[in-house]
Write a protein that binds this ligand. Structure first.
Ligand code: BV8
Length: 256
């Protein structure tokens, strides 16, 4: 568990921040019951590698398998609620109103907790679109307005009849231009980046801390494990974010 001295050191760095950015990954949602990508997914999915399922090719080859995987994940996320780590980031935003959260997560737990400046790099698990983007990119589809046989996998686009797919970024797909550009600008402008719950393996999201550091920012990492980001972190807070972030915010508020 992280020492109080390191918490104090991190709080001192954040206290002086004039432009705070936060990068989150699946780890911040772990204590809400949402498995991370590197956890062995339980049940039916234990034999699949997420990086193999979250691809356009997998969907084209087996739309039902990929669709069912996302329906399963939507069910889990649907039952999840924000954990103390999410709420600590809300307190942080109250102290730093211009703070931005750049997230790799496709759940809406940062929104549910109450943060308001959130950049989703990899899309939104709850949203769907036409696989062909037949009405423009993207062509959003509200599946609550559709009737289809779930046993046959995804519904069909009401405009063109092609499959409906989750509106997330799959491996090998470009990130939404607007989100990526905003994330890079905020990473280059920040003077402190708090990196929470990411293995730092997936690019271009994992490049954000490097952009920040190259622009002179201090990097604070919250993660129970050693990661690709740990190598460039000025302060590494070892532990689960649901425990560490509240301690960090408490230390910050102590000198408010
Ligand atoms: C792109 C949405 C341009 C979908 C996701 C070779 C060929 C082709 C491409 C590539 C290649 N090599 C590299 C690439 C680029 C590729 C990539 O990075 N691949 C990886 C596998 C090497 N990236 C892409 O394809 C991106 N697009 O680059 O476009 C392009 C185009 C064509 C060809 C080349 C380039 C698109 C990437 C987006 C993929 N979509 N999600 C869905 O959700 O289904 S990525 C998905 O995985 C997540 O969104 C997240 O980004 C990533 C998982 O990372 P983490 O969030 O860090 O989660 P992880 O499980 O890894 O780690 C959890 C961490 O939490 C751990 O460190 C753990 O210790 C910690 N933790 C655990 N418990 C806690 C905790 N922390 C705190 N508290 C706790 N309690």
């Amino acid at each position: 568990m992280t020492s109080d001295d390191l918490i104090q050191e991190a709080a001192e760095i954040i206290r002086k921040s004039k432009n705070l950015a936060v990068l989150t990954g699946a780890g911040v949602s772990k204590e809400s019951g949402v498995p991370t990508f590197r956890d062995a997914l339980d049940g039916l999915w234990v034999q699949y590698d997420p990086a193999q399922l979250a691809t356009r090719q997998a969907f084209q080859e087996n739309p039902k398998l990929v669709w069912d995987w996302y329906q399963y994940r939507r069910g889990m996320v649907g039952e999840a609620t924000p954990n103390p780590g999410h709420y600590a980031l809300v307190v942080l935003e109250k102290r730093f109103p211009d703070m931005v959260i750049i997230t790799q997560n496709v759940d809406d737990l940062h929104e549910q907790a109450g943060n308001t400046h959130i950049i989703h790099l990899h899309g939104n698990l709850a949203a769907n679109k036409c696989v062909a983007n037949c009405q423009g990119t993207p062509t959003p589809i509200d599946i609550t307005q559709l009737e289809w046989d779930e046993d046959n996998g995804p519904p069909s686009c009401p405009y063109c009849g092609e499959h409906v797919r989750p509106d997330v970024v799959w491996f090998g797909e470009m990130l939404p231009t607007d989100a990526l550009e905003k994330a890079i600008v905020r990473s280059e402008q920040c003077d402190v980046m708090l990196v929470v719950g990411t293995s730092g393996l997936v690019t271009p999201a994992a490049n954000m801390p490097r952009y920040a550091q190259q622009s002179g920012a201090k990097i604070i990492e919250v993660n129970p494990d050693y990661t690709m980001i740990s190598q460039i972190a000025d302060v590494k807070l070892d532990g689960p974010s649901g425990q560490v972030l509240p301690k960090l915010v408490e230390a910050l508020e102590a000198d408010a």
